[in-house]
Design a protein around this ligand. Structure first.
Ligand code: PMV
Length: 362
C-alpha cells in the first residue's frame, strides 16, 4: 500500500541552474462522479473518467535558480499576458506540494499557460491546468533525479495534480482512469489516478464526447463548496456506497461493451451528482432550463432511433453528449438540427477519448 510519504524525496543526484519544460494535459469527463472529499483531497468515493483529446491546457514552465529564501517566486502568464487573479490558487498549490518537491523555493518560475478551448466556456480548466503544471514539475524533478522510474514519474504527477484539483489526477495518463480505492480494481488508490487495468470492449474505442456549451457564466457555487456540502449531507453515505456499486457495474460493462447498461449507469450518475447538489443545505441548482431541454431531446432521439447516445454532466450547466464513433454522423446531424439552438451562441466542442498528458519539445 502506498502512503503519501512515499512521494517525499530524500536526495537529488543532480543539480540544475535553469531551463524550461512544456506539457499539454487534457480535460477529462467522469462517468462515475467524485463528489465529496476528506482531508488532503482524499475522495469520499472512487470515480472513473474518459480522458479527453482536444480540450487541453498547454503549459510552459521556465525556471532559474535563485538564492534560496523562504518564499515561492513565480510569474503567471495566461495566453502570454500576466494573470494576477490565477496566482493565489497557484500559491496555495505550491504550499501544498512543497513537502513533496523540496526544490520549489530554489527557483524562480515563469508559468505560461493557455487552453485549447474557449476561456470561460464553462469547461473546467482546473483538471487540465493542474495536470499540466504537475507534469512540468515532475520533469524538473526527473532532471534532478534522472534514475526515477517512469512509473514513479506518472504516479507522482497524478498525486501532485490531485493536490491542485481532485479530478486533475485523472488527466495524466491513460484513456480510462480510475481514482479512489475500489476492491475489484487492482492498483486503484485514493492517492492518484491509475489506468483502468481490465479489459475494455472495442465499442469504447474512439468514444465521442460532444460538449454542448449551455451556459458560460460563472458558477454560482464552486466545486470546493459543493464537495464540502457533502459533509452532514442526508444522503451522503448511501451515495458513496452507490458510487462503488456503479463502478463495479462499469467493470462488467467495459468488458462486455453493453451500451444499454453503460447509458443507465452514466446518466444515473450525472443526475445523482445534481441531485446531491439539490439536496444539500444550502441547496443549489447548476442546471439551466436548456440543460433539461437537451436531456429530454436526447431521450426522445434515443427512443426513436435506438442509437446509443447518452449525456453526462459536470458541476455546471453544460451537457456532454457521449456516443460510439460508428454513430457519429447521425448524432452530429441530430446535434446540429435539434440541440444547437439550446447552446449559448450555438457553441459546442467536438472531443473524443484521448490518452493523457504529453511532453512538447521546445
Ligand atoms: O476536481 P474538482 O474538485 O473540481 O471536482 C470536480 C468534480 C466533478 O467534476 C463534478 C466530478 C468529477 O469526478 O470530475
Amino acid at each position: 500500500m502506498f502512503s503519501a510519504n512515499d512521494f517525499i524525496p530524500t536526495t537529488y543526484s543532480h543539480s540544475i541552474e535553469g531551463g524550461n519544460f512544456k506539457w499539454s494535459a487534457p480535460s477529462n469527463i467522469a462517468l462515475v462522479k467524485y463528489w465529496g472529499k476528506k482531508d488532503n483531497q482524499i475522495p469520499a468515493n472512487p470515480s472513473v473518467s474518459f480522458t479527453l483529446n482536444n480540450c487541453k491546457t498547454i503549459t510552459k514552465l521556465a525556471f532559474a535558480k535563485k538564492e534560496k529564501q523562504d518564499v515561492f517566486s513565480f510569474d503567471l502568464l495566461f495566453e502570454g499576458k500576466p494573470k494576477e487573479d490565477f496566482k493565489p490558487k497557484i500559491q496555495k498549490f505550491l504550499e501544498r506540494i512543497e513537502i513533496y518537491l523540496p526544490f520549489l523555493k530554489d527557483y524562480h518560475f515563469t508559468i505560461d499557460t493557455e487552453n485549447t478551448f474557449p476561456h470561460s466556456s464553462g469547461i473546467a480548466s482546473s483538471a487540465s491546468g493542474m495536470a499540466a503544471i504537475a507534469m512540468n514539475f515532475m520533469s524538473l524533478e526527473k532532471a534532478l533525479n534522472p534514475s526515477m522510474t517512469e512509473e514513479h514519474f506518472y504516479q507522482k504527477a497524478s498525486f501532485l495534480a490531485r493536490l491542485g484539483s481532485g479530478s486533475a489526477c485523472r488527466s495524466v495518463k491513460g484513456s480510462v482512469v480510475v481514482w479512489g480505492n475500489q476492491d475489484n480494481i487492482k492498483g486503484s488508490s485514493d492517492l492518484f489516478g491509475v489506468e483502468f487495468p481490465n479489459a475494455i470492449h472495442e465499442s469504447f474505442n474512439n468514444f465521442q464526447d460532444t460538449i454542448l456549451l449551455v451556459d458560460k457564466g460563472e458558477k454560482q457555487v464552486s466545486s470546493t463548496v459543493g464537495h464540502d456540502l457533502m459533509h452532514n449531507h442526508p444522503y451522503a453515505e448511501r451515495r458513496f456506497v452507490q458510487a462503488h456499486e456503479n463502478l463495479d457495474k462499469l467493470i462488467a460493462i467495459f468488458e462486455s461493451g453493453d451500451l444499454e447498461e453503460f447509458i443507465k449507469v452514466v446518466e444515473s450518475e450525472a443526475l445523482t451528482l445534481h441531485a446531491m447538489m439539490m439536496t444539500s443545505m444550502p441547496y443549489f441548482i447548476l442546471m439551466k432550463p436548456n440543460t433539461l431541454q437537451i436531456i429530454n431531446a436526447i431521450w426522445k432521439f434515443r427512443n426513436e432511433t435506438k442509437i446509443p447516445v447518452c449525456f453526462t454532466l459536470d458541476a455546471g450547466a453544460n451537457v456532454h453528449v457521449l456516443y460510439p464513433e460508428n454513430v457519429s454522423a447521425a448524432v452530429l446531424q441530430f446535434i446540429k438540427d435539434e440541440l444547437v439552438g439550446f447552446c449559448q451562441n450555438g457553441q459546442y466542442i467536438c472531443d473524443e477519448i484521448g490518452n493523457g498528458a504529453s511532453s512538447i519539445d521546445n
